[in-house]
Design a protein around this ligand. Sequence first.
Ligand code: NAD
Ligand code: DAU
Length: 355
Amino acid sequence: MTLLVTGGAGFIGSCFVRDWLAQSDEPVVNLDKLTYAGNLANLAGLAADARHVFVQGDIGDPTLLAGLLSQHQPRAVVNFAAESHVDRSIHGADDFIQTNVVGTFRLLEAVRAYWGSLQGDARQHFRLLHVSTDEVYGSLSASDAAFAETNRYEPNSPYAATKAASDHLVRAWHHTHGLPVLTTNCSNNYGPYHFPEKLIPLVIHHALAGKPLPIYGDGQQVRDWLYVGDHCSAIRAVLAGGRLGETYNIGGWNEKANLEVVHTLCRLLDAMQPRSDGQSYATQITFVTDRPGHDRRYAIDARKIEQELGWRPAETFETGLAKTVRWYLDNAQWVQDVTSGAYRDWVGQQYGNPP
Ligand code: NAD
Ligand code: DAU
């Protein structure tokens, strides 16, 4: 028995691979292109582990996919591979179309051919789990009910549109070709190994570096935060017991406005690593130009996965965020390694200030 994981060197995929191999002896083949967001340092603890086979490559490469599937005969494929950053998709969507849309199509076709070659139990039990996002549902007003699986798709950013397209392809390959798929739509994740282009790790990194903490617009946009390990436990639950062709929303009932998140981070940092001048990190908060098309509010109704599969998050926002800040303080070298080179070019382009 083997799993094929794609995008397993990124933030969430690497957590999934680490947690999987901590709990199971089932080997993982990890296919990752190693874009700017992919990092083998996230998997350093598995370097000598024969159960982890890393392959650098693209989900859009049909020959590579066919070869890997035929060689390793996985009983499931879990697809994390994607371009994932909304702001980058606004600056240029080419890579998002290529990986999130065309790449997902190529993966579906390769998996369909492989699944078609299986027989008996192997064919019956095979699964393709596609990892997606709550952003496909668009934006909520303050009084709207949280996103349920039955909500209309109304993606607003180029990133969300490409994820929505990938979800539709996955759905169609199930309905038309019978491919045994599962789709998960999760809210905002946070935790260790989160690339510091995203709000929480960016704020921690900038705070410690004495840089401005950029808040887009009025900072009152709401996100529904989930600790990354809880996202991965939910994916394991869906893989084990999800109903074929179904989608499962994943979230922790944990809505926070961005400004509140940043103030909480500043308080944690003030307590764990006070500034040498005795001032709060909150003095570094700076309001900057809003993100174009910025979605106002996301919120996940997680009742389906809770009721059908008995899944619950293990962390509260308070415990998860404290663990996360501690991890960044203890892993300054990881941050330093990923914030050189191309990362500095991105920060300069996005925030207009030389890093
Ligand atoms: P990430 O950007 O940290 O990692 C993406 C990984 O995919 C990287 O390792 C990258 O090298 C790899 N990759 C990119 N293009 C590839 C390609 N063509 N072929 C193979 N590998 C490729 O992203 P993440 O935050 O870990 O997100 C993982 C998945 O979860 C994505 O599909 C994303 O849409 C989804 N998701 C993310 C969040 C979140 O809050 N981060 C929430 C819900 C869903
Ligand atoms: O909802 C799930 C999605 O969450 C995932 O599908 C995406 O892959 C993931 O990147 C994330 O998208 P967001 O756009 O919500 O995350 P980000 O961390 O970029 O931003 C979180 C909020 O913080 C958002 O309202 C924008 C705001 N923000 C972000 C940055 C980087 C700021 O105010 N300042 C910043 O510098």
